[in-house]
Design a protein around this ligand. Structure first.
Ligand SMILES: Cc1ncc(COP(=O)(O)O)c(C=O)c1O
Length: 291
């Protein structure tokens, strides 16, 4: 089935879909985005993604004249037309096309694009069983990374460094030695049975998978602590984890070559995994393949 894309109200073949060369998303990264999981043809955590998109649009003063219901309808239309049961829905809203000038155009017309790409969530089950390796890098990003904007150059370079090192992710560390988050994931450590993650602030993205894990862990009486932790603390942790829409829960077993928790996934990760996949099954009906 050919891949389709949505651009400002029209669905067309992905290869024929275009935006204007003076779109401000392209010129200035003057745009926000969301990535949502589609499992069993259904959207996971849709209300949380829409709420975050609306918050980011408001923060950038982008006025998208489309209701939540209309956006959901268009997203579902594109997912159905693409015919992929397991996929990622990408939504991007830019301030629109205008003559190149840093200040806002007088009458901006935001542009909305959406794509759907097949994605294999089942691969995460094998990675979960083995655990993954990460590297660490200085956090070179700007100071408002809580906004999910398309200005991702520092993340792109960090992820490329991770790839070159044969690692799954790069954790971005502040000048004070505090681990903020990964290039495209939130970061966690486990100490004495409690799971610890950076509190919501301007230095991390408020991940939807992060919020989901907090709620699931608390409902299972696992202690969740939202506080900064240092790289030294991470290296001495019992376990480490990462979360994101595309990797709902992965144990980190190696940081910069140092084994964490003996180098194999630990008991807290093993307790959390069925909660995470169980919630995905509850929402979408998708059942993970056996490990
Ligand atoms: C920098 C960063 N942190 C965290 C996340 C995880 O967010 P979510 O759980 O909403 O996918 C992402 C997702 O792309 C990200 O780009």
């Amino acid at each position: 089935m050919p891949q389709l894309a949505y651009v400002d109200g029209r669905i067309s073949l992905l290869r024929d879909a275009h935006v204007h060369v003076e779109d401000r998303g392209l010129q200035f990264a003057d745009a926000v985005y969301e990535v949502c999981a589609v499992l069993n043809g259904r959207l996971l955590d849709w209300p949380a993604h829409i709420a975050r998109l609306r918050r980011n649009l408001a923060a950038l003063f982008i006025d998208l004249a489309l209701s939540d219901a209309a956006l959901a309808l268009q997203a579902r239309r594109l997912i159905a037309a693409n015919g992929q049961a397991e996929a990622l829905l990408y939504i991007q809203v830019s301030r629109g096309a205008a003559r190149r000038d840093h200040g806002f155009p007088a009458s901006p017309r935001p542009s909305l694009i959406m794509t759907v790409r097949r994605f294999d969530f089942g691969q995460r089950i094998a990675q979960q069983a083995r655990g993954i390796a990460i590297i660490t890098l200085p956090d070179l990003r700007w100071r408002r990374v809580d906004m999910k904007t398309t200005g991702l150059l520092a993340n792109v370079l960090a992820k490329q460094d991770a790839r070159a090192a044969g690692a799954f992710e790069a954790w971005l560390v502040g000048e004070d030695g505090i681990v903020h988050e990964g290039g495209s994931t939130n970061a966690w450590i486990v100490k004495d049975g409690a799971i610890i993650t950076h509190p919501l602030s301007a230095s991390i993205l408020p991940g939807i998978a992060r919020a989901s894990l907090i709620a699931l862990a608390r409902s299972a009486q696992i202690v969740v602590v939202e506080r900064p932790f240092s790289l030294d603390e991470a290296l001495a942790a019992d376990e480490a984890l990462l979360t994101s829409t595309t990797a709902p829960l992965l144990p980190v077993v190696r940081i910069d070559g140092h084994a964490i928790g003996g180098g194999t996934p630990g008991p807290v990760a093993a307790r959390l995994a069925p909660l995470v996949w169980g919630e995905i099954t509850r929402q979408t009906g998708w059942v993970p393949p056996a490990a």
